[in-house]
Ligand binder design. Structure first.
Ligand SMILES: Cc1ncc(C[n+]2csc(CCOP(=O)(O)OP(=O)(O)O)c2C)c(N)n1
Length: 623
């Protein structure tokens, strides 16, 4: 008998988990499992078969018990982000509501291009017991169920209707997740009966396999065009996105910028691509950016956009640039490289940046242009220094950010997602080390903060346990999803959480006011159906989940509290009130397109609409 004919008889679920446990990757010379384990909430749809298989492999693939499927997915997203997409985790949900709870997390991973494996129970293939618990029946299509909802938020989708199918499906799912151009969530629906069916699997399926993340070199002609265009630049600018970090191309980016004196601005995901102190770091660009980056962006004639999907916060809804500026888009994904009629260079950033650097030879950006960019940055630094200064106004996000930034470790990781904090962190945070900032703004999803902090901390403890994970969260996001404080305590994955309370959804209230509308339904104080406006005791709430918690009266008291949090071995929550109106960073913004009413009886809404439309004059329309 040929060795190729050797088989191992396993259930579908056993085979999936055994396969996952035998997949490896080499990171910095160390072989590691590509799957770092997973998050699970069991129910009848996954406990009996998948649960049995996971128990047998619990030493190789650690299973963390979640509190909410959605937050499990956020934790998995933050985990892979911290591992620069080189390792991922799985999430398993039972069926019906457990599975649909994962939908938002899948969308977040899709928007942020993050790998995560979703293993979800499904209805019976035989249909003999139908309709089953939690089954949603489509009267005219029995194949449709809740799992089909994942098709639009997954990069890979499959339903296993026979045990043999995983021989094809699992390698495809992994190939998708590890492809830099295609990376995103992979969804596998597992009918409850099929999970337990047995099959004689080829033994070779379970042999140790070492994966590589492909580095696609640039096409010669695309690169030649890019070099020719960049050589003509009188005012070149680089936009560095999150893809630079995923390609582990930070040193190539820095070398290119330094050798040819090209100013670099960053996207939100690319916020920690360059140290704050680097002279060519001109700051964050766009709607929540800096005056310095936006001033440079307005004048740049050739823009090299690297590893960015050019979302509206980066481009100021495409008003941030000169209409005649030309864009070279260097990206692993063809989709991103072709945006806005850019000159595409479809390639791995590390390889392409090195080649671009060499091919540019003696090209240097004109010195007056570089001096202009540096001068703008100096002015922005002064603004930020004053903006984070304690006492400059009522307690604000910026002041809290300033205190933490001044006292955190250089390798500490900060996690932020929704509300006003992403903008405040992007504008005011001084990057102390590469890859230390996780501002989730691909989906800007409330609830990611604490759950993501937990996942980030799991990854951080695998790589650099001496550093801390620091979460900034508003009261709105906290109330939406906080139960992973308990998870972090249970699993001893310590977080430092800054819970900043401005009485509700303050950033949306600000948008409501800025568009001429009356405050309504955002701050607790402005909700007509709130007839008993009690306040939440956040400190007691966090303590009830096992965290150490304290409340500070003002940013001046935050320094000592943060030191206590640093010294704590357990998750530590610091609560502080900030001002909902007088607390914002007011500089550094670019125009942002939001839909405003074209007709209204309200004069201030009409005035805001006209002002908003006036900003459109600068908008590039796809050219
Ligand atoms: C899941 C989700 N629901 C709704 C929104 C829309 N939204 C964006 S920010 C925000 C308010 C967040 O409140 P909070 O966390 O208190 O931050 P603040 O606005 O006060 O800074 C809302 C409702 C969102 N981003 N995510």
């Amino acid at each position: 008998m040929s060795s190729a004919d050797q088989t191992i008889r396993l259930t579908t679920a056993q085979a999936i988990i055994r396969y996952l446990a035998s997949q490896y990757i080499v990171i910095d010379g160390h072989e590691q499992r590509v799957c770092g384990g997973g998050f699970a909430i069991f129910g009848h749809g996954n406990v009996t078969c998948l649960g049995e298989a996971l128990y047998d492999h619990r030493a190789e693939l650690p299973v963390y018990r979640g509190q909410n499927e959605q937050s499990m997915g956020f934790a998995a997203a933050a985990y892979t982000k911290q591992h620069l997409r080189q390792r991922f985790m799985f999430c398993t949900a039972s069926a019906g509501p457990g599975t649909t709870n994962l939908l938002t997390a899948a969308a977040l991973a899709h928007a942020n291009r993050l790998p995560m494996l979703l293993l979800c129970g499904d209805t019976f293939i035989t249909r003999l017991p139908d309709p089953v618990l939690q089954q949603m029946e489509h009267f005219n299509n029995p194949t449709l169920g809740v799992n089909d909802a994942f098709k639009s938020v997954s990069r890979y989708w499959d339903r296993i209707t026979h045990p043999a199918q995983i021989i094809q499906s699992l390698p495809s799912a992994l190939a998708t997740m590890l492809d830099p151009a295609d990376s995103g969530p992979a969804f596998i629906g597992l009918p409850q009966d099929v999970q337990g069916w047995a099959y004689d699997y080829p033994a070779s399926l379970f042999e140790k396999k070492i994966h590589r993340i492909r580095r696609q070199g640039p096409d010669g002609e695309e690169m030649a065009d890019a070099v020719a265009m960049l050589r003509t630049a009188k005012r070149p600018m680089i936009i560095a996105g999150g893809g630079v970090q995923y390609a582990r191309a930070v040193s190539e980016l820095t070398a290119l910028a330094e050798r040819h004196a090209i100013p670099v601005v960053q996207t939100i995901a690319g916020r920690a691509n360059m140290l704050e102190t680097h002279p060519l770091n001109i700051g964050p660009i766009g709607v929540t950016g800096s005056d310095s980056a936006n001033a440079v962006a307005r004048k740049a004639d050739v823009i090299v956009a690297i590893g960015t999907r050019l979302q509206d916060f980066t481009t100021g809804s495409w008003t941030a640039f000169d209409k005649d500026a030309r864009i070279i888009a260097l990206n692993a994904a063809r989709h991103d490289a072709g945006k806005h009629q850019s000159l595409p260079v479809v390639a791995d950033a590390k390889l392409a940046l090195a080649e671009l650097d060499n091919s540019l030879e003696e090209y240097n950006a004109p010195t007056d242009w570089v001096a202009f960019a540096k001068g703008e940055r100096t002015k922005w630094n002064a603004y930020v220094a004053d903006n984070v200064r304690i006492g400059n106004r009522p307690a604000s996000y910026a002041q809290a950010i300033g205190v933490v930034n001044a006292h955190c470790g250089t390798r500490d990781r900060i996690v932020v997602a929704a509300g006003g904090l992403p903008a405040e962190v992007t504008a005011n945070w001084r990057t102390l080390d590469i890859g230390t900032v996780d501002v989730e703004f691909g989906f800007s999803c409330m609830g990611y903060e604490i759950a993501g902090g937990w996942g980030a901390r799991i990854a951080q403890m695998e790589r650099e346990p001496e550093a801390d994970t620091i979460v900034f969260v508003g009261d709105g996001s906290y109330l939406l999803m906080n139960s992973d404080i308990y998870s972090s305590v249970l699993s001893e994955k310590k977080l430092i959480i800054l819970m900043l309370d401005n009485g509700g959804f303050a950033v949306i209230n600000k948008l409501q006011n800025n568009t001429g509308n009356t405050s309504f339904n955002n701050l607790i104080a402005d909700n007509p159906t709130v007839t008993n406006p009690v306040t939440v005791d956040f400190e007691a709430h966090a303590r009830a989940m096992g965290a150490v918690a304290e409340t500070v009266a003002n940013p001046a008291d935050l320094t000592a509290a943060f030191a206590r949090a640093k010294a704590s071995k357990t998750t530590y929550v610091i609560c502080m009130k900030v001002d909902a109106y007088d607390g914002w960073t007011t500089q550094g913004h670019a125009w942002w397109e939001v839909g405003t009413p074209h007709i209204t009886d309200n004069d201030s809404v009409r005035a805001a609409h006209l002002e908003q439309e006036a900003g459109r004059q600068r908008q590039r329309k796809g050219t």
